[in-house]
Design a protein around this ligand. Structure first.
Ligand SMILES: [Zn+2]
Length: 67
């Protein structure tokens, strides 16, 4: 789901979204989920980067945007 992943701004994710507790797209608590992809988060003015897996609703809560 690269188009959907590209629509997510990693810097605007909430802590809960980055932990996979809530959907990366709609922010609802996740029950059934699926992996959207991995993004890189940056902290501390660019000193620390972390690979974070993003989880989204299953079935998807949002249509993939037209590429
Ligand atoms: Zn969702």
């Amino acid at each position: 789901m690269p188009a959907l992943l590209a629509s997510v701004d990693p810097q605007k994710l909430t802590f809960r979204q980055s932990q996979g507790w809530t959907c990366a797209l709609c922010r609802k608590p996740l029950r059934a989920d699926q992996l959207l992809g991995t993004v890189e988060l940056t902290y501390g003015g660019g000193e620390v980067t972390e690979q974070v897996e993003l989880w989204v609703c299953r079935p998807l809560c949002r249509e993939a945007p037209d590429a």
